[in-house]
Design a protein around this ligand. Structure first.
Ligand code: SF4
Ligand code: SF4
Length: 123
C-alpha cells in the first residue's frame, strides 16, 4: 500500500504517522526536521540525489559526464532534475567527493537532500 501526503501542517505529521501502518511517501519541506518513525520520501521519484559533500566543491565533474545534461548549478551546490535524469549512474563515480547517490542509497543524515533536490525545481 502506498500513501501520499502533501501537507503544509507539519504538526499533524505525528498524528498521521501514528494512525497509519503503511508505506509512506511524504512531500513536505519540513519533514527532515521532524522526529518521525519512518523515512521521509518525496512524492517525486528522485533517480539520483546530490548531497552535502558537493557544497563548497562544485567542480562540475558530474555535469561533464551526464548524457542528458540534467545537473544544474543551484547556489551552494548542484542539483539533479528528477524529471530529466535517466538514472544511468554515470555521474556517481565522476564525483570526487562521492556526493551523488541513488535515492534509496542516500546515507542517514543526508536525507534532507532528497527533498532539497526536488524543491530546487519546484517539485
Ligand atoms: S544518473 Fe545519469 S542522467 Fe542522472 S544525473 Fe547522473 S549522469 Fe545524469
Ligand atoms: S561532481 Fe560532485 S562535487 Fe562536483 S559538482 Fe557534481 S556533485 Fe558537486
Amino acid at each position: 500500500m502506498s500513501f501520499s501526503v502533501n501537507c503544509s501542517k507539519p504538526e499533524l505529521h505525528t498524528q498521521i504517522f501514528a494512525g497509519l501502518d503503511a508505506h509512506f511517501r511524504l512531500s513536505c519541506r519540513a519533514a527532515p526536521a521532524l522526529a518521525m518513525p519512518r523515512r521521509a520520501v518525496h512524492t517525486v521519484p528522485m533517480p539520483h540525489v546530490i548531497t552535502s559533500p558537493c557544497i563548497g566543491v562544485k567542480d562540475q565533474a558530474c555535469t561533464e559526464v551526464c548524457p542528458v545534461e540534467c545537473i544544474y548549478e543551484g547556489g551552494e551546490q548542484f542539483f539533479i532534475h528528477p524529471d530529466e535524469c535517466i538514472d544511468c549512474g554515470a555521474c556517481v563515480p565522476a564525483c570526487p567527493v562521492s556526493a551523488i547517490f541513488p535515492e534509496e542509497d542516500v546515507p542517514d543524515g543526508e536525507q534532507d537532500f532528497i527533498v532539497k533536490n526536488s524543491a530546487h525545481f519546484g517539485l
